[in-house]
Design a protein around this ligand. Structure first.
Ligand code: HEM
Length: 492
């Protein structure tokens, strides 16, 4: 009897989306044994219509990715620098969801393609979601967001041939890069073996853009973020990356999933570099320029906490594909700087997510804040939030006792800004300085791989482009430029 009940409990029956039992899932409804189908076969119509809508637009960039849940735990209170609630107390844990990704390839592309990697973390804090949307490199191709669509177009498949450029190896990419001197620094990262990481577990992460941390007294400092993998940083070389792209194109996705499924955790330490706002103009580079790093001897890394990933998503589409990270999602205690790349990013992410996922994308379980959401925004496609009820969907009101009302003010910087409105170029570019320094900081093997990887890729571009690029690399470091020019047979 008990056995029978248990069996019945386990048994699950097919239904339509309306919950109506489906007793035949093998044969569609026809007139006679060999006759035509019927529009009144609602079961078939619903099944096909839903299938026809299974795809949503893939991300314009970072389409291929892998996700995991876990927590962030603070080592030491950061109250001196930021009043963000999740950073106040040593030992405090905050739930997180992370998505790692490649940038340029489409959804089915290989994990090992030479590319920057995305490192996006969503902290579900008590003051709302904080998204730290970074990369595995400390710098970016460009410093002004107005250039981003051009940069991505030059990297994506060609509009005339649809030829993929996932290995960043064609004329269009190098054409753009050679005309964009500020990208030279990034090239010294992307074309080193850092551009072909071994796994997401063994990858560093960087916030790249500069933010401001603001403490309870309104005092602000500039901040840059660095993630260090507990398992150490590991890369593979170009040949191994090419082999894996053929033999195991999902190697990084699988590695992350299998590690967590086997009961192990994946861990990273969060470090920050801090700079006094007053020191901004005292540097020989512009600290708000996303193509520059801050020297670690002058701005040492300060450990903040650790992130532990310990749970796989249950459904890839619902949780990873539909996850939405946004640089715009900051919480009190963390503010934007005037970094021109960051300023454009503030707009772009929620905008594309409203297009990709719909107006109410923040109600999806993976995106929904764990802090309560209470405002008078209403309706829109796929709205299902049960409002508190009542008649007052406006503020101020008396009919709902004035609720929800404004929260108490939190500390902010109240910066005073004055200036002429025009399309300014930043004053201090020094585009080649840090690129050269990075090349000289590499060991012999890493230098050789960098040169070899550039020559292999740039060699597929036209000669005028090769010459322009070799000139930029020479400005960074004469020996780097010469070795690339020799490899390309531009000089003897
Ligand atoms: C102006 C420059 C940039 C613009 C306009 C831009 C725009 C975008 C857009 C539209 C997406 C797709 C988002 C989605 O559909 O959910 C995206 C994804 C992403 N971007 Fe950017 N991006 C820029 C620069 C950067 C930089 C500098 C970084 C890192 C520091 C970065 C990191 C990421 C990451 C990690 C993702 C994937 C997030 C995920 O896993 O869903 N982007 N970006």
């Amino acid at each position: 009897m008990k056995k029978d009940q248990a069996r019945r409990k386990k048994e699950r029956h097919l239904t339509t989306n309306q919950g109506v039992p489906v007793s035949d899932n093998q044969n569609s409804l026809t007139v006679g044994q060999r006759g035509p189908g019927l529009l009144q076969d609602v079961q078939l119509v619903e099944k096909l219509a839903h299938f026809d809508r299974e795809r949503i637009p893939e991300r314009v960039v970072h389409a291929k990715g892998a996700g995991a849940y876990g927590y962030f735990q603070v080592h030491k209170s950061m109250a001196k620098y930021s009043c963000a609630k999740f950073l106040q107390d040593a030992g405090k844990k905050t739930p997180v969801f992370v998505r790692f990704s490649t940038v340029i390839g489409a959804r089915g592309s290989a994990d090992t393609a030479r590319d920057p990697r995305g490192f996006a973390v969503k902290f579900y804090t008590e003051d709302g979601n904080y998204d730290l949307v970074g990369l595995n490199f400390p710098v970016f191709f460009i410093r002004d967001s107005v250039k981003f669509p051009d940069m991505v177009h030059a990297l994506k498949p060609a509009p005339d041939t649809n030829m993929p450029t996932s290995s960043s190896a064609n004329s269009r990419f190098w054409d753009f890069i050679s005309l964009t001197p500020e990208s030279t620094h990034l090239i010294t990262w992307l074309f080193s073996d850092r551009g072909t990481v071994k796994s997401y577990r063994t990858m560093e992460g960087f916030g790249v853009n500069t933010f401001e941390w603001v403490n309870a007294r309104g005092g602000a400092v500039y901040v840059k973020y660095h993630w260090k993998p507990k398992a150490g940083a590991e890369t593979i070389d170009r040949h191994e990356a090419t082999r894996l792209a053929g033999e195991d194109p999902d190697v990084a996705t699988r590695d992350l999933f299998d590690t967590i499924a086997s009961g192990k955790t994946v861990e990273y330490e969060l470090n920050v570099q801090l700079m006094e706002i007053a020191d901004e103009l005292k540097q020989d580079f512009d600290p708000l320029d996303a193509t520059k790093t801050w020297p670690e001897d002058k701005f040492p890394l300060m450990p903040v906490g650790k992130m532990v990933l310990n749970r796989n998503p249950q459904n890839y589409f619902a949780e990873v594909e539909q996850s939405a990270f946004a640089l715009a999602s900051v919480v009190p205690g963390i503010e934007f700087s005037a970094d021109k790349l960051l300023q454009g990013r503030i707009f772009s992410y929620p905008d594309t997510q409203r297009h990709r996922l719909g107006a109410n994308y923040l109600q999806l379980p993976v995106n929904r804040p764990q802090a309560s959401v209470d405002n008078n925004q209403r309706d829109g496609a796929m709205q299902y939030a049960p409002y508190g009820g009542g008649t007052a969907n406006y503020e101020p009101n008396t009919l709902a006792g004035g609720m929800p009302r404004e929260a108490p003010a939190t500390a902010t910087t109240h910066e005073f800004i004055k200036g002429r409105e025009m399309r300014h170029k930043i004053g201090l570019t020094s585009d080649f300085e840090q690129a050269g320094r990075r090349y000289r900081s590499l060991g012999r093997t890493d230098q050789d791989h960098l040169v070899d990887n550039i020559v292999d890729s740039l060699g597929k571009a036209g000669k005028p482009i090769q010459r322009r690029m070799a000139e930029n690399l020479t400005k960074a470091d004469p020996s780097l430029g010469k070795r690339v020019a020799r490899g390309l047979e531009l000089v003897n």
